[in-house]
Ligand binder design. Structure first.
Ligand code: DGY
Length: 326
């Protein structure tokens, strides 16, 4: 799909992205915009090299792509100066390789903070109140009347919420889960549910009733949640992951879910996306969704717009907004 075919700068997007604002911004600044129309979800390095071709000024890419040495070399050979991930996370991008080849890297922070935190909050509640399990039960036609034991779950009021990775998203989640609920209770003359305070990792694991993971993925956070840390957590705790799959040792998690039926998880991300480790799909105490934490219309259009501005900024010499190097 090509927009403004005679534009001076060639900008390639490896995927169609929501909204038209990002396309218009690029067209207004004399860019020819090419959107890959390949049907397959995950593009290979070879697919992307073909898209880059002989002349390419900038690329907007996706977190499913492996932006390493080979692609940055190809982009640089084609005269490219800019790459933006349409994501805040950039563990799929080798920033050193990009620097080496003179390509600036951008990401899309900010616009997805609240949307992602809302999904983490949704997963916390869905896991606590067994919403997916109950929904499946209804659809299977199994409901034959109210029962005292039917889908009894956890009450979150008064519980301790732990956040691992209290950056933009983790802090927004903490606000949603504590302060806003607390303010509501205060308005009715009660005390807030809980106070925010710093704690050690061990303390969070031991004391929290709900733990939400929001760190970046790097060597220090790979398998941060493993057999040992799971064993430290409360038997009826809820674990939520909207960060990156490999932060959790998924094999150990499946085993823990099997051994501890009252332990629940809400997962948006997986270790080997798009796959789940064997056994996870059978676990009733797991709520699983396909990496949709940033999937609100406003956010996805914002991410596309920021990604376009990142690339455009570099081509035209403006500062790159979401620049992990800054
Ligand atoms: C990100 O932005 O890193 C999310 O994983 C997708 O929005």
């Amino acid at each position: 799909e090509v927009y403004n075919p005679n534009g001076k700068y060639r900008v390639v997007s490896t995927k169609s992205m929501p909204g038209t604002r990002w396309i218009n911004l690029l067209i207004e600044q004399d860019c020819r915009v090419e959107i890959c129309t390949q049907k397959k979800t995950i593009l290979s390095v070879e697919d992307i090299i073909a898209l880059i071709g002989d002349k390419c000024d900038g690329v907007i890419g996706q977190l499913t792509e492996d932006w390493g040495e080979t692609l940055f070399a190809a982009l640089s050979r084609a005269g490219g100066k800019a790459f933006s991930n349409m994501a805040v996370g950039y563990n799929n991008v080798d920033v050193n390789a990009a620097n080496k080849h003179g390509v600036a890297v951008g990401n899309t922070p900010g616009v997805l903070t609240e949307t992602t935190a809302e999904l983490a909050a949704s997963l916390s509640l869905a896991a606590a109140r067994r919403i997916v399990e109950a929904d499946q039960f209804m659809r299977a036609g199994l409901y034959d009347g109210w029962l005292p034991h039917l889908f009894v779950g956890n009450l979150l009021k008064g519980q301790t919420v732990g956040v691992i990775g209290a950056g933009r998203i983790g802090s927004a989640y903490a606000r949603m889960m504590t302060t806003s609920y607390g303010e509501f209770l205060k308005a009715n003359g009660e005390q807030p549910v809980t106070w925010k305070r710093a704690a050690s990792m061990d303390e969070v694991l031991r004391e929290a009733d709900v733990i939400s993971l929001h760190p970046i993925l790097d060597k220090t956070t790979y398998h941060l949640i493993n057999k040992e840390s799971l064993a430290t957590m409360k038997k009826e705790a809820i674990l939520v992951n909207c960060s990156r799959g490999p932060v959790v040792d998924e094999v150990a998690l499946v085993e823990h879910l099997k051994q501890n039926p009252m332990f629940r998880v809400g997962l948006d991300v997986f270790e080997d996306e798009p796959y789940m480790k064997p056994g996870l799909a059978d676990m009733k105490n797991a709520v699983v969704v396909p990496h949709i934490a940033s999937a609100s219309k406003w956010t996805r259009e914002g991410m596309a717009t920021l990604a376009a501005l990142n690339v455009l900024g570099k081509i035209k010499g403006y500062p790159v907004w979401g620049d992990p190097n800054r």
